[in-house]
Design a binder for this molecule. Structure first.
Ligand SMILES: C[S@@+](CC[C@H](N)C(=O)[O-])C[C@H]1O[C@@H](n2cnc3c(N)ncnc32)[C@H](O)[C@@H]1O
Length: 159
């Protein structure tokens, strides 16, 4: 199982997803970092050290065990990825998470907090999955989605 975070906007969400990924045993995380959350501050050595320290604190140490792979050319990466590419989407017409059969080399893709996934990547993907809302709130926080989807995918693969 692989994961791709598309344009996360908030470091607390990014950190939480890295922490969950490592907790569930993943050793790498692909990130398309359109909002430059991974760029270290350039102004001082202390600022860079502070960022590295915060990354360890916010991920509860998980950052030490996960390889963060920054993608520069997203289309190339998606075109060449050998497994299926699965978008998580706020879309009632997408396949419901609980009905979806996962495969070991699936790439699970999570969109940005405000905009989700851009239309331009959709033609490059194979499937989309949705966690159905039972209440009135339109969607989940991306990091919450991440934990639910990963847990379900790993359970599904065990069967
Ligand atoms: C807050 S949502 C994006 C909201 C955006 N307005 C949209 O409609 O796509 C951010 C990301 O969380 C994930 N997400 C949130 N709720 C979800 C749900 N119910 N089912 C599947 N993915 C969800 C998706 O990865 C989504 O791109």
């Amino acid at each position: 199982m692989n994961i791709l975070l598309h344009s996360p906007e908030y470091r607390p969400n990014l950190s939480s997803m890295i922490r969950s990924a490592e907790f569930f045993g993943l050793t790498k995380v692909y990130i398309y970092d359109a909002n430059n959350l991974l760029l270290p501050p350039t102004h001082s050595k202390k600022a860079r050290a502070d960022m590295a320290h915060m990354a360890r604190v916010w991920t509860a140490g998980a950052i030490e065990f996960v390889e963060i792979i920054k993608l520069n050319n997203l289309s190339n990466f998606l075109e060449q990825y050998e497994g299926r590419k699965i978008a998580t989407m706020v879309d009632e017409k997408a396949q419901h998470l609980s009905d979806f059969q996962f495969e070991r080399d699936d790439l699970l893709i999570f969109g940005s907090e405000k905009d989700g996934l851009p239309d331009s990547v959709l033609p490059l993907l194979d499937h989309s999955i949705y966690i159905p809302a039972l209440g009135n709130t339109p969607c989940l926080n991306v990091a919450v989605t991440f934990g639910i989807v990963l847990q379900q995918a790993l359970q599904n693969l065990k069967k």
